[in-house]
Ligand binder design. Sequence first.
Ligand SMILES: Cc1ncc(COP(=O)(O)O)c(C=O)c1O
Length: 349
Amino acid sequence: MSLGERAVARIDLGAIERNCARLPKPLCAVVKANGYGHGMGPVAEAALAGGAGWLAVATAQEAAELRAGGISSRVLVMGALTKDELGVALEADADVVAWTEEIAAAAPRVHVKLDTGMGRLGTKDRDLALRLAARPNAVGLMTHFATADERGDKLFDRQLSAFRRFVDDVGRDDVIVHAANSAAALRDPGSHFDMVRCGVAVYGLDPFQQDPAAHRLEPALSLHSWVASIRRLEGGEGVGYGHTWRAEKPTWLATVPIGYGDGWRRGLSNNADVLIRGRRHPSVGAVSMDNVTVALGADTDVEIGDEVVLIGRQGQEAILAEEVARRLGTINYEVTTGLLPRVRREPFR
Ligand SMILES: Cc1ncc(COP(=O)(O)O)c(C=O)c1O
């Protein structure tokens, strides 16, 4: 990272490749929403290099972007499509998901989606789903789990049984049957069918919000900034908007040029650690649009220009996206996907 660059997300494509290699096959790697914030194009290529045979996106535009980037693998568009968007998806030679006669009639290759309990997309009408699945252009059967990440819950088993009954009733062996997201893929081989659709695990994030290492997954994203300014605060001096933090005693303070304008959320005010010189330091005061402030203690060897790691490893210390998510009361998905375009993505191998 060059000194003076405000904030960079480094993306370890080798980690993406290895994560894909460790996930069940056949694997459809989900790269929607800019590859969960990691940068869609490079991530897609790394996933394919790691053994993914398919890619899935949410929107037709994302499928078109993959094609424009030279991706030739099968691509599945999973989201709802307007007529115009369907045209874009077909132009990109993507498979689409169908749960209405209208879409099933309009696309050459559809994956029929049964809503077994997610209550979002897909049809709950089994007869309609069976009719759509009998069409020659039905190339896939799918469903999506609502609670695969909640171990031991009963809805997962009910959804799985309902889907299995549907697949048996369709009775075709020339279609690709797929249901499992990352949590299901890691939790239950019985949910794998002919393909798993993994997103979050591809990026080395834990669908269960614990340590991804437990599943031999390697986080691909690290978030870096730098110490742009250092000052000494006297006891009683406040910092940042609203002076939400005050030095109790004389303290060194670093200013780091990353803020909620980069997707480093304001909910992390007085509620995050960062790594400098391999040590944890508390983020103090309000996260502002462009800066955060970090307490360095009464004495410090930290200097202007030092690297700051907000997510990732430095020396023996690590801050996982799961930790940031816990502090924000959200999930790791939102932490990486929420990084804004002002943070440059720097893929490396
Ligand atoms: C239909 C569908 N399948 C698979 C996935 C991948 O889920 P995950 O990132 O939990 O593996 C998603 C993501 O939200 C999805 O919407």
